[in-house]
Design a protein around this ligand. Sequence first.
Ligand code: ADP
Length: 499
Amino acid sequence: MNIAQRISIDPAAKNYVSKPRKLLIDGAWVNAQSGKTFPVYDPSTGEVLAHVAEADAADVDKAVKAARKAFDEGPWPRMSPSERGRHIWKLADLIEKHAEEFATLESLDNGKPLTVARVADVPLTVDMFRYMAGWATKITGTTIPISFPGEYLSFTLREPVGVVGQIIPWNFPLLMAAWKLAPALATGCTIVLKVAEQTPLSGLRLGELVAEAGIPNGVVNVLAGYGETAGAALAAHHGVDKVAFTGSTEVGKLIVQAAAGNLKKVTLELGGKSPVVVLDDADVDAAIPGAAGAIFFNHGQCCCAGSRLMIHKKIFDKVVAGVAKEAESIKLGPGLDPDTQMGPLVSDEQFQRVTGYIRSGIAEGAEVVVGGKKGSDNGGYFVQPTVLTKTNSDMKVVREEIFGPVVCATPITDADLEDIARQANATNYGLAASVWTRDISKANKLAKRIRAGTVWINCHNVFDASLPFGGYKESGWGREMGEFVLNNYTEVKAVTTAL
Ligand code: ADP
């Protein structure tokens, strides 16, 4: 069977990309006020896939005013929590109903294999909304005994933070929308979501289901547009009470500056350079595919990608050879091809960035064990899964986030856990890590010593709506998911009554 015979495209997704897409503001689908649109590319061919309205500061202002009105005067924050929860659950049901369309849009727009979008992006999105639907009825304060002279009753209220600006990246477009929207909805906030310019389709399609789920107009506004224009305007807007951002550490710092104008609350989920530590007593048969999956899942375009592979010197050659073999066996191709195991990178910019890092690693003395080259000549943004050795901590490939399928393997020369933890922590980032060993004590000692928001033991990339996710150091502020994310979207009010 040739590629054309293997690929069949979901008709609803095909229909969706065939028409120019608009912005969702106050429950209506509208063109940008400038009338501008921008092209969205198919990363597997480099050809234009769709056209989308291009929001700028004027559209951001209109959307923020709609969200402001919905928050200050509308039913959403005033609705009973159980009713709010039911609408969020309904939204989850609707996404599930259109699962194949969403998986296809995600694959077309981002390049990821459809087979992966079906089992990861879409079900995790549905779970996130369902999990947060449950929290809507469980956001409580506490009663606090106070020592002030006299008799008082003191308690706390948890109230929605208000209008939230949310800016998301392109690596998991639908899931990132869910991580942001679900807790904001559960807490009773109203939202202006700006999707990434590389991958706006699934977020806009999700916007169409919001009204069907019975969520009132103006509660969820969805804008597509560029970061420097729409994103920057949203982060700076004085009508926004809080901004939640996921993306690069570089842009995260700009968000903090933009938010300073009205001191809006800020949470950031940023980059990483996550270590994968393989000790000499690890189950190598599990660690090899584990380490390969840690870096190659989603083409390395994960903030928690295991991009620094630290292997005990005794098993270094064996593990590197195993990971290289895994890399070589990965079948590159367009996301919609059911045989594809790894798709293209998301954009030409990302392709240039990742191949630039590989060249810089080689120039600085790294050795390419496998990969290192462009993955196809058809105009798509394919990069071969790449394993580098002979790297050191001065090299850019080891210090900086590549956000592509490139792993730097180094031997751990000292078996002392303190020293291993020091090497794992030798980064400005602190998002995630994994530790591979059969020794439960060593594993947990390392888990305590590694300064990262997530530590996986004998696994990597295990996510659940109930687990908090976020970074130490320059990997961010605050946590996504779990009960903890509710703190990002609520203010605490202390109420005291003299009795
Ligand atoms: P990446 O490097 O992974 O593309 P970015 O941090 O550039 O990640 O982008 C993540 C999101 O941030 C996107 O939605 C993008 O449009 C937005 N963005 C980029 N620059 C800015 C900015 N200066 N202000 C606000 N948002 C921005």
